[in-house]
Design a protein around this ligand. Structure first.
Ligand SMILES: Cc1cc2nc3c(=O)[nH]c(=O)nc-3n(C[C@H](O)[C@H](O)[C@H](O)COP(=O)(O)OP(=O)(O)OC[C@H]3O[C@@H](n4cnc5c(N)ncnc54)[C@H](O)[C@@H]3O)c2cc1C
Length: 292
């Protein structure tokens, strides 16, 4: 199998790149369920899929397993995520070599969240402090890696100010990041302002909006609290009315995401990345809605 093509070449307002994010399941039964999801999603032909990297350590080996499965069995272009958490520099270099040797050419390079029970991020001995350091390490090791980094339209929760966060983002791009994927957001105005600020700050790489179709009120309240994203009052009201009816919540989630994506594409976004939580239904409904 030839090496993957660099994802950055796919982003364009003329033909926006559509991508899906999986997370590595905890056990073999979860891997089978993911296989079923991937089978269902094959029909919508995503431009690429990504596989997150677990914070706690338990699912980390599964990132490689699931990435290999999605690439080998389904022919998807796969972007594994990699974080700095708990890895000394030589370990990250060895992982970069393994990922490259397996034919992957795209990585989402992240710092990662502090492990469970820890409130602030502390690099391990000989470890890296920021995602930008990981970008630099990966590019130095394999210059043909195409690297994505995370961007935060509503500011990273730890950053002292939006301006400081933007400056840090610019440093990640200066270190060699090829594109930015944003944290989830529900109000497109937030993304448009963010893109504008990035451009003013001299960040020219594609900024791909990350969209999560809501699947449950409780889950989205937990996520938004963790990542600092705002749930617009209009969306929250609808979800509260439907909270006891999961099917209705999913319909509301898809409708909201559909409106967001249509508006983003009209604006000229270079694509959109769907946080699908390993579920096929919303992504299929969105693909059908966008085809109409
Ligand atoms: C698209 C996307 C995918 C994600 N996938 C995963 C995943 O697979 N696994 C996972 O565990 N987590 C994932 N996350 C969550 C991410 O790990 C957390 O948000 C984490 O807290 C920050 O990671 P980062 O890469 O943005 O860090 P960084 O870019 O390093 O930023 C972390 C903090 O440090 C600041 N900072 C950055 N650089 C500097 C600098 N040079 N000097 C001073 N301050 C600096 C930033 O402003 C920010 O406040 C993802 C997030 C996004 C947006």
């Amino acid at each position: 199998m030839p090496p993957d093509r660099p994802i950055a070449s796919l982003f364009s307002a003329h033909r926006p790149a559509r991508s899906l994010e999986f997370f590595p399941p905890k056990d073999d039964a979860g891997v089978e369920a993911l296989r079923a999801t991937a089978t269902a999603l094959r029909s919508i032909r995503p431009d690429f899929v990504s596989v997150t990297y677990g914070a706690g350590g338990t699912t980390r080996d599964r990132t490689a397993q699931v990435s290999t499965l999605l690439r080998g069995e389904f022919g998807f272009t796969v972007m594994p995520h990699l974080t700095c958490v708990g890895h000394p520099r030589p370990e990250l270099e060895a992982m970069a070599d393994r990922i490259h040797a397996a034919g992957f050419r795209n990585i989402m390079a992240l710092r990662g969240d502090p492990p469970k029970g820890e409130t602030s991020f502390t690099p391990c001995a000989d470890g890296l402090r920021y995602a930008g350091d990981l970008v630099a390490l990966l590019k130095a090791r394999h210059p043909d890696f195409c690297l994505g980094v995370g961007g935060y339209p509503e500011k990273h929760p730890e950053a002292p100010s939006p301006a400081a966060d933007l400056d840090h983002l610019r440093r990640k791009v200066d270190a060699g990041a090829d594109f930015i994927t944003t944290q989830l957001f529900f109000d497109n105005a937030v993304y448009y302002r963010f893109v504008e600020s990035c451009r003013k700050a001299g960040i020219t790489v594609p900024i791909v909006p990350g969209i999560m179709p809501v699947l449950s009120l409780k889950q989205i309240q937990r996520f938004t609290t963790l990542c600092g994203a705002t749930l617009p009052a209009a969306l929250l009201r609808r979800l509260e009315v439907a909270a006891e009816n999961p099917d209705v919540v999913e319909i509301i989630g898809v409708d909201w995401a559909l409106d967001q994506i249509r508006d983003l594409l009209a604006y000229g976004a270079p694509g959109y990345h769907l946080y699908i939580m390993n579920r096929a239904k919303s992504a299929l409904a969105l693909a059908a809605g966008l085809a109409a």
